[in-house]
Design a protein around this ligand. Structure first.
Ligand code: THU
Length: 141
């Protein structure tokens, strides 16, 4: 039963990430990215990449989703799906991994990296960002 529910949620997250890609603002790279973040509350927050003429202010899809969620009071998350336009699975960039690490349990939080079609590769945040710098390091000062 639990597994069935997990599978349904996983499929829904992947669909939402692919859908979120439609809103991508990426006139410089022409590389669209969409993300769908599942909060512990059950709510899904979507995001897309938002580029900028000055390049460095560009925000990735994953961070857009996290910042939307946190700005609405969510601080605990279960999983994220990320979908790009490339042939290969889209792996979150290092900055997004670090932002996710602020709010997500590295051993529990799942990252679904969507490839061609709706195929996906699943990894935990801890696998993607081992030996991370995190709030525990700041607090130990
Ligand atoms: N991008 C994301 O949205 N997420 C990632 O994890 C990797 C990169 C975006 C940023 C930029 O708009 C485009 O993809 C090309 O790097």
């Amino acid at each position: 039963m639990r597994e069935e529910k997990d599978e349904r949620l996983e499929k829904e997250l992947i669909k939402e990430a692919i859908r979120a890609k439609e809103f991508s603002y990426s006139p410089y790279s022409n590389f669209r990215v969409g993300a769908a973040l599942l909060a512990k509350s059950g709510k899904i927050y979507t995001g897309c990449n938002i580029e900028n003429a000055a390049y460095s202010p560009t925000n990735c899809a994953e961070r857009t989703a996290v910042f939307k969620a946190v700005s609405e009071g969510e601080k605990e998350f279960v999983a994220i799906a990320v979908a790009g336009d490339g042939e290969d699975y889209l792996a979150p960039c290092g900055v997004c991994r670090q932002v996710l690490r602020e709010f997500c349990d590295p051993d529990q939080f799942c990252v679904f990296m969507v490839g061609k079609g709706e195929n996906c590769q699943k990894m935990t945040l801890g696998e993607l960002l081992p030996a991370a710098f995190s709030k525990k390091d700041v607090k130990s000062k």
